[in-house]
Design a protein around this ligand. Structure first.
Ligand code: SF4
Length: 80
């Protein structure tokens, strides 16, 4: 069976300060078009197997307080 490689192109991180905020968890789950965020009972969970599907749309950045969500492009070392 082929090995799956996740988080090769993009890395997504949510700061602890907002990860436990139920309203933000719900909002992030709603806005991301490729289901990278899961609202796990009011806590934000990053779905590792979907991270490389990120389309760099910035909707998550707009849905959360400034600086609380990080989308890093691992292939060129920059962050949205
Ligand atoms: S930039 Fe867009 S696709 Fe990428 S994690 Fe944020 S909402 Fe999802």
């Amino acid at each position: 069976m082929a090995e799956r490689l996740d988080k090769v192109f993009v890395e997504v991180e949510v700061e602890d300060s907002v990860a436990g905020d139920a309203a933000i968890a719900a909002k992030l789950e709603e806005v991301c078009p490729v289901d990278i965020f899961k609202n796990a009972g009011g806590h934000v969970e990053v779905v590792d197997e979907n991270v490389d599907e990120c389309v760099l749309c910035r909707l998550c950045l707009e849905a959360a307080p400034a600086g609380s969500v990080h989308v890093r492009k691992l292939y060129d070392g920059t962050e949205l």
